[in-house]
Design a protein around this ligand. Structure first.
Ligand SMILES: Cc1cc2nc3c(=O)[nH]c(=O)nc-3n(C[C@H](O)[C@H](O)[C@H](O)COP(=O)(O)O)c2cc1C
Length: 398
Protein backbone atom coordinates (compact mmCIF):
# COMPACT_ATOMS: atom_id res chain seq x y z
CA UNK A 1 0.00 0.00 0.00
CA UNK A 2 1.46 3.40 -0.94
CA UNK A 3 1.36 6.01 1.81
CA UNK A 4 -1.36 8.65 1.53
CA UNK A 5 0.11 12.20 1.43
CA UNK A 6 -0.59 14.24 4.57
CA UNK A 7 -2.45 16.89 2.58
CA UNK A 8 -5.26 14.43 1.80
CA UNK A 9 -5.17 12.39 5.03
CA UNK A 10 -7.47 12.87 8.04
CA UNK A 11 -8.21 15.25 9.68
CA UNK A 12 -7.93 17.40 6.53
CA UNK A 13 -9.77 14.98 4.29
CA UNK A 14 -12.48 12.86 5.87
CA UNK A 15 -15.02 12.71 3.05
CA UNK A 16 -15.51 13.48 -0.64
CA UNK A 17 -16.73 16.99 0.14
CA UNK A 18 -13.30 17.69 1.68
CA UNK A 19 -11.66 16.60 -1.59
CA UNK A 20 -14.03 18.93 -3.43
CA UNK A 21 -12.87 21.82 -1.21
CA UNK A 22 -9.23 21.00 -2.02
CA UNK A 23 -10.07 20.74 -5.73
CA UNK A 24 -11.60 24.21 -5.58
CA UNK A 25 -8.44 25.55 -3.96
CA UNK A 26 -6.12 23.98 -6.53
CA UNK A 27 -7.99 24.52 -9.80
CA UNK A 28 -8.55 27.84 -11.59
CA UNK A 29 -12.23 28.78 -11.50
CA UNK A 30 -12.88 27.82 -15.14
CA UNK A 31 -11.49 24.32 -14.61
CA UNK A 32 -13.17 23.77 -11.24
CA UNK A 33 -16.53 24.89 -12.62
CA UNK A 34 -16.10 22.67 -15.66
CA UNK A 35 -15.76 19.73 -13.26
CA UNK A 36 -18.24 20.78 -10.60
CA UNK A 37 -20.99 22.47 -12.61
CA UNK A 38 -24.15 21.33 -14.32
CA UNK A 39 -26.53 22.57 -16.99
CA UNK A 40 -28.74 25.68 -16.78
CA UNK A 41 -30.33 26.01 -13.29
CA UNK A 42 -28.36 22.93 -12.10
CA UNK A 43 -31.60 21.50 -10.71
CA UNK A 44 -30.90 17.98 -11.97
CA UNK A 45 -27.37 18.17 -10.58
CA UNK A 46 -28.71 19.07 -7.12
CA UNK A 47 -31.57 16.56 -7.32
CA UNK A 48 -29.14 13.69 -7.96
CA UNK A 49 -27.60 14.35 -4.55
CA UNK A 50 -30.88 15.11 -2.83
CA UNK A 51 -32.47 11.86 -3.98
CA UNK A 52 -29.87 9.90 -2.03
CA UNK A 53 -30.51 12.04 1.04
CA UNK A 54 -34.24 11.52 0.91
CA UNK A 55 -33.97 7.72 1.06
CA UNK A 56 -33.65 6.40 4.60
CA UNK A 57 -32.14 3.11 5.75
CA UNK A 58 -34.02 0.30 7.51
CA UNK A 59 -31.26 -1.65 9.31
CA UNK A 60 -31.38 -5.14 10.80
CA UNK A 61 -29.78 -4.65 14.21
CA UNK A 62 -28.27 -7.11 16.69
CA UNK A 63 -26.54 -8.85 13.78
CA UNK A 64 -22.85 -9.80 13.89
CA UNK A 65 -21.27 -9.02 10.52
CA UNK A 66 -17.54 -9.69 10.92
CA UNK A 67 -16.91 -9.66 7.17
CA UNK A 68 -18.77 -8.12 4.22
CA UNK A 69 -18.67 -9.50 0.72
CA UNK A 70 -18.53 -6.44 -1.54
CA UNK A 71 -17.60 -8.26 -4.75
CA UNK A 72 -19.82 -8.13 -7.79
CA UNK A 73 -19.72 -9.07 -11.45
CA UNK A 74 -20.32 -6.50 -14.17
CA UNK A 75 -20.20 -7.36 -17.89
CA UNK A 76 -18.40 -10.59 -17.05
CA UNK A 77 -15.66 -8.88 -15.01
CA UNK A 78 -15.30 -9.50 -11.29
CA UNK A 79 -15.05 -6.22 -9.34
CA UNK A 80 -13.84 -5.92 -5.73
CA UNK A 81 -16.72 -3.53 -4.96
CA UNK A 82 -19.71 -2.20 -6.89
CA UNK A 83 -18.39 1.19 -8.09
CA UNK A 84 -16.78 1.84 -11.47
CA UNK A 85 -14.85 5.00 -12.40
CA UNK A 86 -16.97 6.95 -14.93
CA UNK A 87 -15.66 8.59 -18.10
CA UNK A 88 -14.63 12.18 -17.41
CA UNK A 89 -13.71 14.13 -20.53
CA UNK A 90 -10.59 16.37 -20.52
CA UNK A 91 -9.29 14.74 -17.31
CA UNK A 92 -5.80 15.86 -18.32
CA UNK A 93 -6.92 19.43 -17.72
CA UNK A 94 -7.86 18.56 -14.14
CA UNK A 95 -4.44 16.97 -13.55
CA UNK A 96 -1.60 16.21 -16.00
CA UNK A 97 -1.72 12.49 -15.11
CA UNK A 98 -5.49 12.61 -15.86
CA UNK A 99 -6.89 9.45 -17.38
CA UNK A 100 -3.77 7.38 -16.59
CA UNK A 101 -4.03 8.27 -12.88
CA UNK A 102 -7.72 7.39 -12.74
CA UNK A 103 -7.23 4.11 -14.56
CA UNK A 104 -4.32 3.13 -12.35
CA UNK A 105 -6.32 3.98 -9.20
CA UNK A 106 -9.25 1.87 -10.38
CA UNK A 107 -7.01 -1.09 -11.19
CA UNK A 108 -5.24 -1.00 -7.84
CA UNK A 109 -8.58 -0.99 -6.04
CA UNK A 110 -9.85 -3.92 -8.10
CA UNK A 111 -12.46 -2.10 -10.13
CA UNK A 112 -13.00 -0.96 -13.72
CA UNK A 113 -12.28 2.36 -15.40
CA UNK A 114 -14.18 3.79 -18.38
CA UNK A 115 -12.08 5.99 -20.67
CA UNK A 116 -13.84 8.95 -22.32
CA UNK A 117 -13.48 9.50 -26.07
CA UNK A 118 -12.44 13.04 -25.10
CA UNK A 119 -9.20 12.01 -23.43
CA UNK A 120 -5.86 13.77 -23.30
CA UNK A 121 -3.80 10.57 -23.04
CA UNK A 122 -3.41 7.86 -25.66
CA UNK A 123 -5.75 4.95 -25.02
CA UNK A 124 -2.84 2.47 -25.13
CA UNK A 125 -1.08 4.33 -22.28
CA UNK A 126 -4.28 4.44 -20.25
CA UNK A 127 -4.90 0.72 -20.75
CA UNK A 128 -1.32 0.00 -19.65
CA UNK A 129 -1.93 1.82 -16.36
CA UNK A 130 -4.16 -0.96 -15.00
CA UNK A 131 -4.21 -4.73 -14.98
CA UNK A 132 -7.95 -4.66 -14.23
CA UNK A 133 -10.87 -4.22 -16.62
CA UNK A 134 -10.78 -1.07 -18.73
CA UNK A 135 -13.73 -0.04 -20.89
CA UNK A 136 -14.16 2.59 -23.62
CA UNK A 137 -16.82 5.31 -23.85
CA UNK A 138 -17.83 6.38 -27.34
CA UNK A 139 -18.87 9.69 -28.81
CA UNK A 140 -19.17 9.63 -32.60
CA UNK A 141 -16.76 12.57 -32.95
CA UNK A 142 -15.57 12.75 -36.54
CA UNK A 143 -18.27 10.33 -37.71
CA UNK A 144 -18.13 6.60 -38.30
CA UNK A 145 -14.68 6.37 -40.00
CA UNK A 146 -12.94 8.02 -37.01
CA UNK A 147 -15.00 5.90 -34.60
CA UNK A 148 -14.18 2.66 -36.40
CA UNK A 149 -10.46 3.42 -36.27
CA UNK A 150 -10.71 4.23 -32.54
CA UNK A 151 -12.72 1.10 -31.77
CA UNK A 152 -10.26 -1.09 -33.64
CA UNK A 153 -7.42 0.45 -31.64
CA UNK A 154 -9.35 0.14 -28.37
CA UNK A 155 -10.16 -3.55 -28.85
CA UNK A 156 -6.55 -4.34 -29.80
CA UNK A 157 -5.28 -2.41 -26.78
CA UNK A 158 -7.44 -4.51 -24.43
CA UNK A 159 -10.59 -2.44 -23.79
CA UNK A 160 -13.25 -5.10 -23.34
CA UNK A 161 -16.60 -3.26 -23.24
CA UNK A 162 -18.06 -0.23 -24.99
CA UNK A 163 -20.21 2.44 -23.34
CA UNK A 164 -22.14 4.45 -25.91
CA UNK A 165 -23.29 7.77 -24.49
CA UNK A 166 -26.76 8.62 -25.82
CA UNK A 167 -27.66 11.83 -23.97
CA UNK A 168 -25.40 14.22 -25.87
CA UNK A 169 -27.45 15.23 -28.93
CA UNK A 170 -25.90 18.64 -28.39
CA UNK A 171 -23.75 20.06 -25.62
CA UNK A 172 -25.67 21.05 -22.46
CA UNK A 173 -25.87 24.74 -21.57
CA UNK A 174 -23.31 25.12 -18.76
CA UNK A 175 -23.77 28.70 -17.68
CA UNK A 176 -20.69 28.69 -15.44
CA UNK A 177 -18.51 27.90 -18.49
CA UNK A 178 -19.87 30.90 -20.35
CA UNK A 179 -19.28 33.28 -17.44
CA UNK A 180 -15.73 31.95 -16.99
CA UNK A 181 -14.89 32.40 -20.69
CA UNK A 182 -14.07 28.71 -21.12
CA UNK A 183 -14.63 28.89 -24.90
CA UNK A 184 -12.40 31.97 -25.25
CA UNK A 185 -9.71 30.43 -23.05
CA UNK A 186 -9.54 27.35 -25.25
CA UNK A 187 -9.80 29.40 -28.44
CA UNK A 188 -6.13 30.35 -28.73
CA UNK A 189 -6.87 34.03 -29.44
CA UNK A 190 -4.92 36.01 -26.82
CA UNK A 191 -7.02 39.15 -27.17
CA UNK A 192 -10.19 37.16 -26.50
CA UNK A 193 -8.60 35.48 -23.48
CA UNK A 194 -7.45 38.63 -21.70
CA UNK A 195 -10.68 39.37 -19.74
CA UNK A 196 -10.59 35.85 -18.27
CA UNK A 197 -6.91 35.40 -17.44
CA UNK A 198 -6.96 36.82 -13.90
CA UNK A 199 -8.51 33.62 -12.47
CA UNK A 200 -5.20 31.85 -13.19
CA UNK A 201 -2.99 34.25 -11.18
CA UNK A 202 -4.08 32.76 -7.86
CA UNK A 203 -3.43 29.17 -9.02
CA UNK A 204 0.29 29.14 -9.92
CA UNK A 205 0.78 25.45 -9.06
CA UNK A 206 -1.92 24.39 -11.51
CA UNK A 207 -0.61 26.78 -14.20
CA UNK A 208 2.96 25.47 -13.79
CA UNK A 209 1.82 21.84 -14.01
CA UNK A 210 -0.34 22.64 -17.06
CA UNK A 211 2.51 24.39 -18.89
CA UNK A 212 5.02 21.65 -17.99
CA UNK A 213 2.55 19.17 -19.45
CA UNK A 214 2.64 21.05 -22.77
CA UNK A 215 -0.62 23.03 -22.46
CA UNK A 216 -3.77 22.00 -24.27
CA UNK A 217 -3.41 18.69 -26.10
CA UNK A 218 -5.22 17.48 -29.16
CA UNK A 219 -7.37 14.38 -28.71
CA UNK A 220 -5.02 11.47 -29.45
CA UNK A 221 -7.86 8.94 -29.70
CA UNK A 222 -10.04 10.91 -32.12
CA UNK A 223 -8.05 10.72 -35.31
CA UNK A 224 -9.84 12.04 -38.38
CA UNK A 225 -8.73 10.08 -41.45
CA UNK A 226 -6.52 12.28 -43.62
CA UNK A 227 -6.47 15.10 -41.03
CA UNK A 228 -5.05 13.76 -37.76
CA UNK A 229 -6.11 14.19 -34.12
CA UNK A 230 -9.12 16.43 -33.43
CA UNK A 231 -8.57 19.62 -31.48
CA UNK A 232 -10.51 20.24 -28.25
CA UNK A 233 -11.98 23.37 -29.77
CA UNK A 234 -13.78 21.36 -32.44
CA UNK A 235 -15.48 18.99 -29.99
CA UNK A 236 -18.74 20.90 -29.38
CA UNK A 237 -19.48 21.28 -33.11
CA UNK A 238 -18.42 17.69 -33.82
CA UNK A 239 -20.73 16.39 -31.06
CA UNK A 240 -23.73 18.15 -32.55
CA UNK A 241 -22.82 16.92 -36.05
CA UNK A 242 -22.66 13.24 -35.23
CA UNK A 243 -25.44 12.36 -32.82
CA UNK A 244 -25.62 8.69 -31.84
CA UNK A 245 -28.95 7.06 -32.69
CA UNK A 246 -30.37 3.60 -31.96
CA UNK A 247 -29.60 2.69 -35.63
CA UNK A 248 -25.92 3.16 -34.88
CA UNK A 249 -26.08 0.30 -32.38
CA UNK A 250 -26.64 -2.19 -35.26
CA UNK A 251 -23.46 -0.93 -36.94
CA UNK A 252 -21.60 -0.91 -33.62
CA UNK A 253 -22.49 -4.50 -32.96
CA UNK A 254 -20.74 -5.40 -36.22
CA UNK A 255 -17.57 -3.42 -35.51
CA UNK A 256 -17.25 -4.01 -31.73
CA UNK A 257 -16.75 -7.64 -30.66
CA UNK A 258 -17.46 -7.09 -26.94
CA UNK A 259 -20.53 -6.06 -24.90
CA UNK A 260 -22.13 -2.67 -25.61
CA UNK A 261 -23.83 -0.56 -22.93
CA UNK A 262 -26.14 2.44 -23.54
CA UNK A 263 -25.17 5.26 -21.14
CA UNK A 264 -27.81 7.90 -20.49
CA UNK A 265 -31.08 5.95 -20.18
CA UNK A 266 -33.79 7.71 -18.11
CA UNK A 267 -36.99 5.91 -19.11
CA UNK A 268 -38.29 2.35 -19.29
CA UNK A 269 -39.00 2.94 -23.01
CA UNK A 270 -35.36 3.71 -23.80
CA UNK A 271 -34.24 0.73 -21.73
CA UNK A 272 -36.42 -1.53 -23.91
CA UNK A 273 -34.96 0.08 -27.04
CA UNK A 274 -31.49 -0.70 -25.73
CA UNK A 275 -32.50 -4.35 -25.35
CA UNK A 276 -33.95 -4.35 -28.90
CA UNK A 277 -30.67 -3.15 -30.41
CA UNK A 278 -28.67 -5.78 -28.55
CA UNK A 279 -27.16 -3.79 -25.67
CA UNK A 280 -25.74 -5.86 -22.81
CA UNK A 281 -26.59 -3.17 -20.29
CA UNK A 282 -27.72 0.37 -19.61
CA UNK A 283 -26.45 3.13 -17.37
CA UNK A 284 -29.28 5.11 -15.80
CA UNK A 285 -27.64 8.50 -16.06
CA UNK A 286 -28.37 12.18 -16.64
CA UNK A 287 -24.69 12.87 -17.30
CA UNK A 288 -24.26 14.16 -13.77
CA UNK A 289 -26.85 16.91 -14.41
CA UNK A 290 -24.75 18.37 -17.24
CA UNK A 291 -27.02 17.83 -20.24
CA UNK A 292 -30.83 18.25 -20.10
CA UNK A 293 -31.62 20.25 -16.97
CA UNK A 294 -34.98 19.39 -15.42
CA UNK A 295 -34.79 15.62 -15.81
CA UNK A 296 -35.37 13.46 -12.74
CA UNK A 297 -32.71 12.42 -10.30
CA UNK A 298 -31.34 9.12 -11.52
CA UNK A 299 -32.05 7.26 -8.26
CA UNK A 300 -35.74 8.19 -8.62
CA UNK A 301 -36.10 6.72 -12.11
CA UNK A 302 -33.84 3.71 -11.54
CA UNK A 303 -36.68 1.38 -10.40
CA UNK A 304 -38.73 2.16 -13.54
CA UNK A 305 -35.81 0.98 -15.66
CA UNK A 306 -35.08 -2.04 -13.49
CA UNK A 307 -38.71 -3.06 -13.83
CA UNK A 308 -38.78 -2.55 -17.62
CA UNK A 309 -35.56 -4.51 -18.14
CA UNK A 310 -36.79 -7.36 -15.93
CA UNK A 311 -33.39 -8.98 -15.60
CA UNK A 312 -32.71 -9.24 -19.35
CA UNK A 313 -29.63 -6.98 -19.28
CA UNK A 314 -27.49 -5.32 -16.60
CA UNK A 315 -28.59 -2.02 -15.05
CA UNK A 316 -25.96 0.39 -13.74
CA UNK A 317 -26.60 3.93 -12.50
CA UNK A 318 -24.71 7.14 -11.84
CA UNK A 319 -25.23 10.69 -10.63
CA UNK A 320 -24.68 12.14 -7.19
CA UNK A 321 -22.78 9.28 -5.53
CA UNK A 322 -20.65 10.92 -2.84
CA UNK A 323 -20.75 8.33 -0.03
CA UNK A 324 -20.55 4.56 0.25
CA UNK A 325 -24.09 4.66 1.68
CA UNK A 326 -25.26 6.12 -1.66
CA UNK A 327 -23.83 3.10 -3.47
CA UNK A 328 -25.77 0.80 -1.14
CA UNK A 329 -28.99 2.76 -1.69
CA UNK A 330 -28.56 2.42 -5.48
CA UNK A 331 -28.09 -1.33 -5.11
CA UNK A 332 -31.14 -1.60 -2.84
CA UNK A 333 -33.12 0.13 -5.62
CA UNK A 334 -31.99 -2.41 -8.20
CA UNK A 335 -28.66 -1.27 -9.68
CA UNK A 336 -25.97 -3.90 -10.15
CA UNK A 337 -23.27 -1.27 -9.56
CA UNK A 338 -22.77 2.48 -9.81
CA UNK A 339 -20.44 4.73 -11.77
CA UNK A 340 -18.71 7.47 -9.81
CA UNK A 341 -17.70 10.65 -11.61
CA UNK A 342 -16.96 13.80 -9.65
CA UNK A 343 -16.20 11.84 -6.46
CA UNK A 344 -12.91 10.55 -7.86
CA UNK A 345 -12.27 13.58 -10.09
CA UNK A 346 -12.23 15.89 -7.04
CA UNK A 347 -9.54 13.61 -5.61
CA UNK A 348 -7.60 13.76 -8.87
CA UNK A 349 -7.78 17.54 -8.87
CA UNK A 350 -6.60 17.67 -5.26
CA UNK A 351 -3.61 15.34 -5.57
CA UNK A 352 -3.40 13.34 -8.81
CA UNK A 353 -3.37 9.56 -8.43
CA UNK A 354 -3.04 9.57 -4.60
CA UNK A 355 -6.17 11.73 -4.58
CA UNK A 356 -8.03 9.19 -6.74
CA UNK A 357 -6.87 6.43 -4.38
CA UNK A 358 -8.02 8.45 -1.38
CA UNK A 359 -11.48 9.02 -2.89
CA UNK A 360 -11.85 5.30 -3.54
CA UNK A 361 -10.61 4.43 -0.04
CA UNK A 362 -13.18 6.78 1.52
CA UNK A 363 -16.03 5.21 -0.44
CA UNK A 364 -14.81 1.68 0.33
CA UNK A 365 -14.58 2.32 4.07
CA UNK A 366 -18.07 3.86 3.98
CA UNK A 367 -19.38 0.85 2.09
CA UNK A 368 -18.07 -1.69 4.53
CA UNK A 369 -19.16 0.27 7.60
CA UNK A 370 -22.65 0.88 6.22
CA UNK A 371 -23.11 -2.80 5.37
CA UNK A 372 -22.15 -3.73 8.95
CA UNK A 373 -24.48 -1.13 10.44
CA UNK A 374 -27.26 -2.37 8.18
CA UNK A 375 -26.65 -5.92 9.45
CA UNK A 376 -26.02 -7.19 5.93
CA UNK A 377 -23.04 -9.40 5.04
CA UNK A 378 -23.33 -9.50 1.28
CA UNK A 379 -24.41 -7.23 -1.57
CA UNK A 380 -26.56 -10.06 -2.91
CA UNK A 381 -28.78 -9.79 0.19
CA UNK A 382 -29.53 -6.08 -0.34
CA UNK A 383 -33.01 -5.22 -1.58
CA UNK A 384 -35.62 -2.51 -1.24
CA UNK A 385 -36.61 -3.64 2.25
CA UNK A 386 -33.39 -2.01 3.50
CA UNK A 387 -34.60 1.47 2.49
CA UNK A 388 -37.67 3.60 2.94
CA UNK A 389 -38.72 5.44 -0.22
CA UNK A 390 -40.55 8.81 0.02
CA UNK A 391 -44.29 8.59 -0.69
CA UNK A 392 -44.15 11.11 -3.52
CA UNK A 393 -41.70 9.06 -5.61
CA UNK A 394 -42.96 7.37 -8.82
CA UNK A 395 -45.02 4.24 -8.27
CA UNK A 396 -42.30 1.96 -9.69
CA UNK A 397 -40.01 3.06 -6.87
CA UNK A 398 -42.40 2.16 -4.07
C1 LIG B 1 -16.18 17.00 -15.86
C2 LIG B 1 -17.03 15.89 -16.39
C3 LIG B 1 -16.77 15.39 -17.65
C4 LIG B 1 -17.55 14.35 -18.15
N1 LIG B 1 -17.24 13.80 -19.39
C5 LIG B 1 -17.95 12.75 -19.85
C6 LIG B 1 -17.59 12.14 -21.08
O1 LIG B 1 -16.63 12.51 -21.74
N2 LIG B 1 -18.37 11.11 -21.51
C7 LIG B 1 -19.45 10.64 -20.80
O2 LIG B 1 -20.12 9.71 -21.23
N3 LIG B 1 -19.78 11.21 -19.61
C8 LIG B 1 -19.06 12.22 -19.13
N4 LIG B 1 -19.38 12.77 -17.91
C9 LIG B 1 -20.46 12.18 -17.12
C10 LIG B 1 -19.93 11.08 -16.20
O3 LIG B 1 -19.48 9.98 -16.95
C11 LIG B 1 -21.01 10.60 -15.22
O4 LIG B 1 -22.15 10.23 -15.94
C12 LIG B 1 -21.35 11.64 -14.17
O5 LIG B 1 -20.20 12.35 -13.77
C13 LIG B 1 -21.98 11.00 -12.94
O6 LIG B 1 -22.34 11.95 -11.99
P1 LIG B 1 -21.43 12.33 -10.70
O7 LIG B 1 -20.33 13.19 -11.22
O8 LIG B 1 -22.38 13.05 -9.83
O9 LIG B 1 -20.91 11.03 -10.12
C14 LIG B 1 -18.62 13.81 -17.39
C15 LIG B 1 -18.85 14.32 -16.12
C16 LIG B 1 -18.07 15.34 -15.61
C17 LIG B 1 -18.33 15.83 -14.21
Amino acid sequence: MTKCPRSISPPRVVNIEDLRTLAQRRLPRAVFDYLDGGAETEKSLRENNRAFESLTFRPRNAMAVPHCDLRTEVLGAELAFPAILAPIGYSRLIHPAGECAACSGAGKAGTAYILSTIAGHKMEDVRAASTGPVWYQLYLLGGRPAAEAALDRAWKAGFTALFVTIDTGTAGMRERDIRNGTGQLMGGNWLGMIPYLSQFFSRPAWVAAYLMDGGLHKLPNVVIPGEGPMSLLDVAAALAESVVTWQDFHWLRKVWPGPIVAKGVLTGEDALRAIDVGAAGVVVSNHGGRQLDGVSATLRVLPEIVRAVNGQIEVLMDGGVRRGGDIIKAICMGARAVLIGRAYAYGMAAAGEPGVNRAIAILLADLERTMKLLGCASLSELNQTYVEVPRDWPAAAR
